[in-house]
Write a protein that binds this ligand. Structure first.
Ligand code: 2P0
Length: 342
């Protein structure tokens, strides 16, 4: 009883930063993302009645603590959904990323989406994408969006049980050929504050959090319209201001939450110069880490990538297409997961 699934990371153009319910991962507002084809997680889930506890192996390293707890929480929900209950079989989860894990590149989104998709298949559950989105959300909020491909909105929902807090596909990847250039910034080995903790801290101490949240619904309306009209200047402007307002709220927390490095700021200046001086399509967004992601066109992507690669402190650049939905891999049964000892 095993299955393998692949899911892509996503990058929010209208950001999620704040919860109305932490236990259920219900967001204070909606958010809107693009799926990134180049940032992918492949996960195999193997249920085994003989296994005493769930085990999580990511990129060849056995993980404990918060990462294992999150995976086990989602596996518990899947076991309950399958009717095998608390005494059901434990799982070996082996996961591999095509990009750095836990570095502010949305590995939790693709990881949880792949885990839910593979876990459901391994248990013989036929769950529709909305149901998988709700389960993935319980593992990590942004994972609700990684179930779908293309352009996705995570509706905040209204129900206290979170059944309507779900990722909704707005447009498939084919709707609009865009590129996202990811500038990976060296973080000097410093461990970033995890998003869950960062959101809690911002909500508790930042006087700007209410102003940040008040702006989100307007941005969602503008982003939906820009997407439908394929108006990149409008979409880029929304994305850049959403990211910077979110970071303004973080910076106003006490003590301040500062995810940026020097290269982050230099990359922002570069993006502005690419637009103003060179007339290229380039709009920046930044998540809970130092990396800068730039929304651009296929034609401008090479120039944007070259200029970002030349920014001191940028380690490398990855240009991504818009990705597809989380999916089960056909010949999963033939694969044998590797046992890892810690
Ligand atoms: C986003 N981020 O919309 C925002 C912008 C980071 C900055 O969603 O606590 O790992 O598991 O729900 O999903 C990252 O937060 O946090 C995130 P939890 P998650 O992409």
């Amino acid at each position: 009883v095993n299955a393998t699934a692949v899911a892509c990371a996503n990058i929010a153009l209208v950001k999620y930063w704040g919860k109305r319910d932490e236990a259920l991962n219900l967001p204070a507002r909606g958010s809107l993302s693009v799926t990134l084809d180049a940032l992918e997680t492949r996960t195999t889930v193997t249920f085994d009645a003989e296994r005493p506890a769930d085990v999580l192996v990511v990129d060849g390293i056995e993980r404990a603590g918060a990462a294992l707890a999150r995976a086990a929480r989602v596996l518990d929900l899947l076991r309950a959904r399958a009717g095998v209950g608390a005494e059901g079989p434990r799982a070996l989860v082996t996961s591999a990323n095509t990009f750095p894990y836990g570095a502010g590149l949305a590995s939790s989104a693709s990881g949880m989406a792949a885990l839910v998709t593979a876990g459901a298949a391994a248990l013989g559950l036929d769950l529709d994408p909305a149901e998988r989105s709700v389960l993935a959300r319980r593992g990590s909020g942004s994972a609700a969006r990684s179930i779908h491909g293309g352009f996705v909105e995570w509706r905040a929902g209204e129900r206290p049980d979170g059944a309507d807090s779900v990722g909704v596909p707005l447009h498939p990847a084919a709707h609009w050929e865009l590129r996202v250039v990811v500038a990976v910034v060296a973080a000097a080995g410093e461990k970033a504050v995890p998003s869950t903790e960062g959101m809690r801290h911002t909500a508790a101490t930042s006087p700007y959090q209410p102003a940040w949240l008040a702006a989100v619904d307007t941005d969602l309306v503008a982003a939906r319209a820009a997407l439908a009209a394929r108006d990149l200047a409008a979409l880029g402007a929304v994305a850049e201001r959403s990211a910077l307002r979110m970071h303004a709220a973080m910076l106003a927390a006490d003590p301040a939450l500062l995810y940026w490095r020097g290269a982050t700021v230099e990359a922002l200046h570069t993006v502005r110069a690419l637009r103003a001086r060179d007339g290229l399509a380039a709009w920046a967004t930044i998540d809970a880490g130092p990396h800068v992601k730039v929304l651009t066109t296929p034609a401008d992507a090479p120039a944007v990538a070259a200029r970002l690669a030349a920014v001191p402190g940028v380690e490398r650049v990855v240009a991504s297409r818009i990705g597809g939905p989380a999916r089960v891999e056909a010949n999963a049964a033939a694969e044998r997961p590797t046992e890892v000892t810690s």
